[in-house]
Design a protein around this ligand. Structure first.
Ligand code: 1GP
Length: 245
């Protein structure tokens, strides 16, 4: 029952495509699914700050039926759970002090989760300042960590590790102007947990830079919503990595 965690622990230079169900249904999702298959991401993350239960469930059904990539829930709230996903990042927003995002939503989800065959991965989630106010900052009502304060981020992530979290997620939030700084990635990686990095990543060069800094998994959402053909660029990167070019 720890298949996805093992995959994350063994991940190197991996790519996760983030699907926000709300935007998925507003776009041409059939074309998205075709290009997603070409891109061959290592993971699909699904979730959003404002998505309805109806859209979330419908999107999980479509992705789990049509794609073979590991489907991991990256929830914005307690209603974003579904047994057809492979795993749930059980996020605690430990950079903030909002009890709803530290433990509240988690308690609301347990009755459903207890009876569900889904891998639950305890995850430290740290919101980093990406140069603009993102919806996660607004919705969570928490203050992001300044991007040049790598030592603060490391301390928080280490506290998360000591609490039993299995992975760390550093996020500048969807559509951020800047990504997590290389120095912060290096410092946080030194605690010895697998590291996911997301928010504002818009180029292959940036993905490579963040991988080289120590990110096991880099998450891309907004860029693909703006330009679906970025999935084809990702495909080339994946082919290079897998030696199939
Ligand atoms: C946001 O990490 C994700 O929570 C992805 O961010 O949409 O900016 O790629 P983008």
């Amino acid at each position: 029952m720890s298949q996805i965690l093992t995959l994350l622990q063994n991940s190197n230079n991996s790519i996760a495509v983030l699907v926000d169900p709300e935007k998925f249904f507003k776009g041409d999702y059939l074309s998205f699914l075709k290009k997603l298959k070409v891109a061959q991401p290592d993971f699909i993350f699904i979730g959003g700050s404002t998505v309805t239960k109806k859209d979330f469930d419908a999107c999980v059904e479509i992705l789990s039926t049509n794609c073979k990539f590991p489907l991991v829930i990256f929830p914005g709230a307690s209603h974003q759970i579904h047994e057809k996903a492979d795993a749930l990042l059980f996020l605690s927003l430990i950079s903030g002090r909002n009890p709803d995002y530290l433990i509240g939503h988690h308690i609301q989800a347990v009755d459903e989760l207890e009876n569900m065959d889904i891998e639950i991965i305890p995850t430290s989630y740290l919101l980093i300042d990406g140069g603009k106010k993102t919806s996660v900052e607004y919705v969570s009502q928490t203050t992001p960590i300044p991007n040049d304060q790598a030592d603060i981020a490391r301390k928080i992530a280490l506290a998360g590790k000591f609490q039993g979290k299995k992975i760390t997620y550093l996020d500048c939030g969807s559509g951020a102007n800047q990504t997590v700084a290389v120095k912060m990635i290096q410092k946080v990686k030194s605690i010895g947990l697998p590291l996911i990095v997301g928010g504002g990543i818009r180029s292959i060069e940036k993905i490579q830079e963040l991988h080289n800094a120590g990110a096991n998994v880099v998450v891309i959402g907004n860029k693909i919503e703006e330009d679906i053909d970025f999935l084809l660029d990702l495909s080339n990167l994946q082919k290079e990595k897998n030696g199939t070019n």
